[in-house]
Ligand binder design. Structure first.
Ligand code: FES
Length: 63
């Protein structure tokens, strides 16, 4: 699913960036070679970061 229409990146792209250790919205744009334009997607990127952190935390606690 597209997260950022201005730059054309998807939730998969954001998750791939997060998997490299990125945990801040500006770093996600940077790692994808993009820059915020309208910035409407920043809330969605932040939500994905939080979801991925929660998922990782759950996976670690379930081990
Ligand atoms: Fe991402 Fe506009 S939708 S900068």
């Amino acid at each position: 699913m597209y997260v950022c229409l201005c730059n054309g990146f998807t939730d998969r792209d954001v998750k791939s960036a997060i998997a490299t250790g990125i945990s801040a919205v500006p770093d996600v744009y940077h790692s994808l070679g993009a820059a915020p334009q309208c910035a409407k997607c920043s809330v969605h990127i932040r939500d994905i970061i939080h979801e991925e952190k929660a998922r990782k935390s759950f996976a670690v606690s379930a081990e």
